[in-house]
Design a protein around this ligand. Structure first.
Ligand SMILES: *[C@@H]1O[C@H](CO)[C@@H](O)[C@H](O)[C@H]1NC(C)=O
Ligand SMILES: *[C@@H]1O[C@H](CO)[C@@H](O)[C@H](O)[C@H]1NC(C)=O
Ligand SMILES: *[C@@H]1O[C@H](CO)[C@@H](O)[C@H](O)[C@H]1NC(C)=O
Ligand SMILES: *[C@@H]1O[C@H](CO)[C@@H](O)[C@H](O)[C@H]1NC(C)=O
Ligand SMILES: *[C@@H]1O[C@H](CO)[C@@H](O)[C@H](O)[C@H]1NC(C)=O
Length: 435
């Protein structure tokens, strides 16, 4: 094919090109690397576990270092991390004597051409774009190193009640899908202490801070056999500063303002306006917050619960204020009209009696009986009228008393909630900072 494509060219250049091709193939066949690779893969069967004696266990050494936390999705209970993953195992069929091959100590081989352990992460829920690296490194004693960066989207039970002072503990469990511990065993490449403290590669300026990566080795017993597994627990902690500034401090201000509204005189009508504007404030705040606060089906952040309780208190106190103002308004207007009611108005129930009484006494008794009798009747009617008024006033006073007591109760309840809020925040923060 190459020759036919070159045919339009002159003879001279054709000879020149074929000369290059010849020396090129000669180089390749002469290269020690080529030689070695050929020799290693010639009789290799990648379907066979690479041990001479089948009773020999293949041990795969694992290592993992967390590179970055990319996403913590509490709604879907998923954690997305970027990790550097390394596995090392020994292949007895891929060993050579380096002094026979120009002292070559290590070569790279295509991963697709050799046997590789079928180790997976149990928590995998999503396949992410991880570069598919085609080569592994093999040294002359047959030790194979396979390093790769992977983006793991893993299922994890994420707790949000302590938001924004929350820590999450997600496991990455590595095991072989098929091979039992008699065939394939797992081990740590580094000591667990080193793995736990390794934060060197972690990109440490995101929202999440890597606390530690404790790891455990276990043999799982199941019906299908005993499987070796290694678990890495990725323990991360949220950096709460942004949330403290944007959520906690404004919420505390709102609550304090709400508390302050209890100091406005109970009968003051501006109190209603004031409380209504705080209610609007709460609502705007809650709408804003719902974007920032993680949502999950199983747990709600405590600060959201507190805000809702505060809103309930606010609405209670607002409706109480409305009742009170309505009450005071009718009382005041009736008080203003009382003297007139008694003698002139005939529209209302109680004053009607009074007015009726006075008028009839005025009309009936004046010509027949003396002035004294008339005055007595007048006085009697006034006294009964005042008595009636007194009764309503007493009723009003007791209602007012009840409302005042309710206000006081609300205030105390509110104080209690605020205190609880403060204590909760402090203890969450203390737990957060002790980790
Ligand atoms: C090929 O290898 C032989 C010895 O193995 C060496 O003498 C010769 O120079 C090599 N040729 C090239 C082109 O490298
Ligand atoms: C395989 O190894 C076991 C012990 O490790 C030994 O008893 C057995 O003889 C070996 N088999 C062969 C074929 O070398
Ligand atoms: C490797 O090869 C050299 C020379 O060919 C020989 O002297 C040496 O013993 C060999 N080593 C092994 C481990 O086979
Ligand atoms: C091959 O690598 C393994 C593990 O890194 C090491 O223990 C072994 O000594 C190496 N072999 C040679 C010949 O360098
Ligand atoms: C993380 O969770 C595992 C079990 O799922 C537990 O063994 C481990 O102690 C936990 N680590 C921390 C720091 O909470």
């Amino acid at each position: 094919a190459l020759h036919s494509s070159l045919s339009p060219l002159t003879d001279h250049s054709s000879v020149f090109f074929s000369g290059i091709l010849i020396t090129h193939t000669h180089h390749l066949s002469n290269s020690t690397l080529h030689h070695l690779t050929q020799k290693l893969l010639k009789n290799y069967h990648k379907g066979v576990r690479p041990v001479q004696n089948w009773t020999q266990v293949t041990t795969v050494y694992l290592d993992l270092s967390v590179h970055a936390v990319l996403d913590v999705d509490t709604q879907n209970q998923k954690l997305k991390t970027s990790v550097w993953y390394q596995e090392i195992w020994n292949d007895e069929f891929l060993a050579w004597n380096s002094s026979m091959f120009d002292g070559i100590g290590e070569i790279s081989l295509p991963l697709s051409a050799i046997w590789a352990p079928d180790i997976i992460i149990n928590e995998f829920v999503d396949i992410e774009k991880s570069p598919d690296l085609p080569y592994v490194y093999v040294n002359s004693s047959g030790t194979i190193k396979n390093n790769k960066p992977i983006q793991v989207v893993s299922a994890c039970s994420l707790e949000t009640y302590a938001f924004p002072f929350d820590t999450q503990n997600c496991s990455l469990t590595f095991n072989s899908i098929l091979h039992t511990v008699a065939d394939l065993d797992l081990a740590f490449l580094r000591s667990t202490e080193d793995i736990k403290k390794d934060k060197k590669t972690f990109v440490n300026d995101g929202e999440w801070e890597l606390l530690s990566v404790p790891s455990t080795y276990q043999v799982m017993h199941s019906e299908a056999g005993d499987f070796a597994q290694i678990q890495f627990h990725v323990v991360i902690r949220r950096r709460p500063l942004a949330y403290v500034v944007n959520l906690l401090i404004p919420s505390i201000f709102l609550m304090v303002m709400d508390l302050g509204s209890f100091y406005l005189p109970l009968s003051c009508r501006t109190r209603i306006t004031f409380k209504t504007s705080i209610l609007v404030g709460y609502t705007v705040f809650k709408v804003n917050m719902s974007n920032e606060v993680p949502r999950s089906a199983v747990s709600t952040p405590l600060i959201g619960v507190f805000l809702t309780i505060c809103m309930v208190f606010l609405v209670l106190s607002l409706s109480k204020s409305i009742v009170l103002v309505k009450f005071l308004h009718t009382e005041r207007s009736s008080r203003q009209n009382h003297p007139l009611f008694c003698f002139q108005r005939t529209s209302r129930a109680k004053p009607v009696d009074c007015a009726h009484l006075t008028r009839t006494s005025l009309i009936l008794h004046r010509p027949q009986v003396g002035f004294l009798q008339e005055a007595l009747a007048q006085l009697q009617s006034i006294s009964s009228c005042i008595q009636a008024l007194d009764q309503t006033a007493q009723q009003e006073a007791s209602w007012l008393m009840i409302l005042y007591r309710f206000d006081k109760l609300l205030f105390q309840g509110y104080l209690l909630i605020l205190g609880l809020y403060a204590i909760t925040l402090c203890s969450l923060w203390a737990v957060w900072s002790s980790l």
